[in-house]
Design a protein around this ligand. Structure first.
Ligand code: ADP
Length: 619
């Protein structure tokens, strides 16, 4: 049965109920009609007959009076006219006996009528008026009243019956009304009940389909819609089940691939010796590798609430810092160097880690998570410490003999140990220069070890920037002149005070100026400048020397880093020490290339302003 027929079937009970109500109503109305018709037909006919008989007998009586009054012919004519009327009505009455007792009254009437007729005939025969008068008053009048009384009885019995039957009809109508209402309501209730039952049965496949769709939407691919029949809904359910089956197969096959991919990925990250932690875009822990589990006791198992809270606070802080950096859209978190290594308590004791973070992108380039790697640099760090200790010890041990060596060379050069020939003076001069270089190397190495061990102390004081620049120029002017270079300052210098440790900032200037002199050919210019920025002052040391390729701009500030093949060779520590000093002041340092045709480099660093900057024009 198709859906259309089912809908029609569901409406049948209501239609049947309506039909029942109609049939009952029609039956009630027709029963009432026939009932009242019977009343009219039977009793009304008797009432009519009785009345007509009464009229006829009265006219007969008048006819008799005509005869008594001497109008014999007129009386006979009137009597002849009314006799058949009476007779006919009496016959009707005799054939329409409906009430109890009516038969006796009718027989009485017949007898009285026949008696009246006999007496009327006797009176009619006499020709004497006197005799007629006597007969009338002696016999006929009494017979007349007998007939009339008998007709009145029939009239009364039928009128009473009419009243009684009319009451009965009214009562019947009342009860019929009640029956009709009860039957109508019952039929309606039954019709509604059956219709809703059928409609519900008809819609049951739809509920089954809707439930199955919901479960499928929740990921239950084994769900099926159980619908029987051959209608359109059953067909839809079969199609749905086929679709769910195909989806389930597809999911099983893609699930297998996914599982494989997941296992490979897990094996890959587990093979890494460093702890790897993967966060979702909302910051929840998604996955960890074996090293993270064994070293940090971190677990990404489901069911553990806030797994990050279960690890040591310092580990938590590092992970959260890298995670928020990456997920806030700042890109990868890359450590600046070994100095960013953090000591963390692991299950195998305290270890040094270099935290790194990288965003996880989906195919369209949207960030969907963050990967944090804690690179274990404990061994490297130990080597570094050993190296630093060695460097510090060697530099320290070098210092004292170097001082006496320099002193001895100096005294010999000055002739304190006797006269010196030109050739000897030349050799002594070269030895003094090498001693100076050795001294600056030892100083750099000692500074390095101080920085590494965090022993470098700064005492920043508010200082006029012009004072710092002028002092640097005065200090290095002779060296620049010796190298045939022009060392100048941009004039006018802005008036402002910066927070600077004089000695250390002097060291930074010294390093930058010495480098500029060293890498600028004879006849070049080295210029010192300063400009006031928002909250700091930017100092510059500009030269027109050979310049630095841009790929080394970052790297030359790292330890022992040099531009390859650059001569003369140094330790590669100067810029690193300068950077640490500037960072210690809360400033920044960097280098930029000068464009063609000038070539050369612009080294710059910033120092925080000590007070509000005042330009020259201001009071
Ligand atoms: P070094 O003791 O080797 O000079 P630095 O850290 O001071 O160490 O400098 C690192 C490297 O940067 C140098 O070796 C040199 O190659 C390059 N460099 C520094 N300043 C300049 C400059 N003004 N012009 C060209 N190269 C420079």
């Amino acid at each position: 049965m198709n859906l259309y027929k089912k809908i029609l079937l569901a409406e049948v009970p209501l239609a049947l109920a309506l039909a029942i109500v109609c049939v009952v109503s029609v039956a009630v109305i027709s029963s009432l009609g026939s009932h009242s018709q019977t009343v009219l037909k039977d009793n009304y006919r008797s009432v009519l007959a009785a009345q007509r008989m009464k009229e006829a007998i009265e006219r007969m009586d008048t006819a008799a009076l005509f005869i008594v009054a001497g109008e014999r012919q007129k009386g006979i004519e009137q009597a002849e006219k009314n006799r058949p009327i009476f007779e006919a009505e009496l016959k009707v009455q005799e054939g329409n006996i409906t009430e109890a007792g009516e038969k006796e009254f009718t027989e009485n009437l017949r007898r009285a009528w026949e008696d009246y007729q006999a007496r009327f005939a006797a009176m009619q025969k006499t020709t004497s008026v006197e005799e007629a008068k006597r007969l009338y008053f002696a016999e006929l009048e009494g017979a007349f009243y007998q007939v009339k009384a008998a007709a009145d009885h029939i009239l009364a019995i039928n009128q009473d019956a009419m009243v009684r039957k009319s009451d009965a009809v009214r009562r019947t109508a009342e009860s019929m009304k009640t029956i009709t209402i009860i039957v109508g309501l019952a039929a309606l209730a039954l019709g509604l009940f059956l219709s809703s039952l059928l409609t519900r049965r008809m819609l049951q496949p739809l509920s089954a389909l809707s439930e199955a769709t919901h479960k499928l939407g929740e990921g239950n691919f084994d769900t099926r819609a159980h619908v029987r029949g051959n209608d359109e809904l059953a067909q839809l359910a079969r199609d749905f089940n086929a679709m769910a089956g195909r989806l389930s197969e597809y999911r099983k096959s893609s699930l297998g691939d996914l599982l494989q991919a997941h296992l490979s990925m897990q094996a890959a990250i587990d093979s890494l010796p460093d702890p790897v932690v993967i966060f979702s875009v909302s910051g929840e822990l998604q996955n960890v590798n074996h090293a993270a589990e064994t070293l940090l006791a971190l677990s990404a198992e489901t069911g553990i609430k806030e797994p990050l809270k279960r690890v040591h606070e310092s580990i938590q802080v590092v992970l959260e810092r890298v995670r928020s950096h990456v997920l806030s859209g700042k890109g990868a978190y890359v450590p600046r160097g070994f100095e960013d290594a953090v000591q963390l308590p692991t299950l195998l004791g305290n270890r040094y880690f270099l935290p790194r973070g990288a965003p996880v992108y989906e195919t369209k380039g949207v960030v969907i998570g963050a990967t944090v790697i804690l690179q274990d640099v404990t061994r490297l760090r130990r080597f570094e410490e050993l190296k630093n200790d060695l460097v510090a010890t060697v530099a320290h041990e070098f210092r004292t003999p170097l001082t006496s060596l320099r002193m001895a060379v100096h005294l010999c050069t000055e002739g304190a140990a006797g006269p010196v020939s030109d050739k000897q003076a030349e050799l002594l001069h070269a030895a003094r220069e090498d001693c100076d270089r050795l001294q600056s190397m030892v100083d750099d190495l000692l500074d390095l070890s101080r920085i590494e061990s965090g022993r470098i102390e700064l005492f920043p004081l508010p200082t006029a920037l012009s004072q710092l620049v002028q002092r640097a120029i005065e200090e290095h002017k002779p060296k620049a002149d010796e190298a045939g270079l022009n060392l100048t300052a941009d004039v006018p210098l802005p008036e402002a005070r910066v927070l600077a440790d004089h000695e250390r900032i002097g060291h930074v200037f010294s390093n930058l100026i010495v480098n500029a002199i060293r890498y600028t050919p004879k006849g070049g210019i080295v210029t010192l400048g300063a400009e006031i920025l928002d909250r700091s002052v930017r100092f510059t040391v500009t030269d027109n020397g050979k310049g630095i390729p841009s790929q080394y701009h970052e790297r030359i500030f790292e330890k022992f880093s040099r531009v390859p093949d650059s001569e003369p060779r140094g330790t590669g520590l100067g810029l690193y020490i300068a950077r640490e000093i500037i960072r210690g002041h809360g400033g920044e340092i960097g280098v930029a290339s000068r464009g063609e045709p000038t070539k050369g480099s612009i080294f710059w660093f910033t120092l925080p302003l000590a007070g509000q900057p005042r330009s020259r024009g201001e009071a």
